[in-house]
Design a binder for this molecule. Sequence first.
Ligand code: RIB
Ligand code: CA
Length: 313
Amino acid sequence: MTRKIIIDTDPGQDDAVAILLALASPEDFDVLGIVAVAGNVSLPQNARNALKVVELSGRTEVPVYAGCERPMRRHLVTAEHVHGDTGLNGPGLPEPKIRLKKQHGVDFIVDTLLAHEPGTITLCTLGPLTNIAMALVKAPRIASRIKEIVMMGGAYFEVGNITPAAEFNIYVDPEAADVVMRSGIPIVMAPLDATHMILTTHDRLEKIDAIGNKAGKAVAQMLAFSERFDLQKYGTKGAPLHDPCVIAYLIKPELFEGRHINVTIETASELTMGMTVADYWGVTGRVKNVTFLRSGHAEGFYQLLVERLARLP
Ligand code: RIB
Ligand code: CA
């Protein structure tokens, strides 16, 4: 049974792998559209990267939109130190021939949710939650029409990656994350706790490169570039692969374990701004609003990724 999804993204090499995994899986997903958001790099650059990745996949019928250029309140913080100046350093992907759709990405999200049967569309978010929050502010009635949000973001036992307290996607737009956490929409969160178990070890990158197609080569080059920052920082044998966990969860949820808990976002203190305060042990009476994925199965994840990437051009 295919699932209708909208992918909201700030490509980023790991976003690119997530998009390729989704577009290589037509039996699992009807990808209604891809919406870029400001995050890893600027919005125009993220949107251009999304076009390049869609073109690489061969699925050029999938529409790409540009969403919000900056967070709801705070100044934009980007991550060129991880992803490179283009946000997609590694492979030299050609300039895209396909073009962005004219409609604003937030309007595409609202209109698509209103046009389809309620409860049939899943939002897969791979970056800051600005577009989703702005869609909820613009048209609150869409909240009850969203089947679920499956998001990469947050951290608890793993602590933060952009500050000691916060994970990047939440830190960039904590107000947007707060709107989404309080929305009542079913949420599955793939935090650093899970993604830090999905490491791009050398032999896994070799297997991806050995697929031999354009997509496999490009992914191997992307991850060889983006992993260098985390290898140095964490001193581990591989770097976490964050965003494709969202797509892999939807294809094979059994690859991950989680618990339904309360997650509340810090939006006041500069010291802990963007922290996802996860009540994992149920010590507060706060409403349980998130399925928090605490762990992931790396071998199963990479088997799935290699199998699906091999389907692409
Ligand atoms: O913290 C990891 C997240 O921040 C990933 O989505 C990565 O692409 C960056 O956006
Ligand atoms: Ca991302």
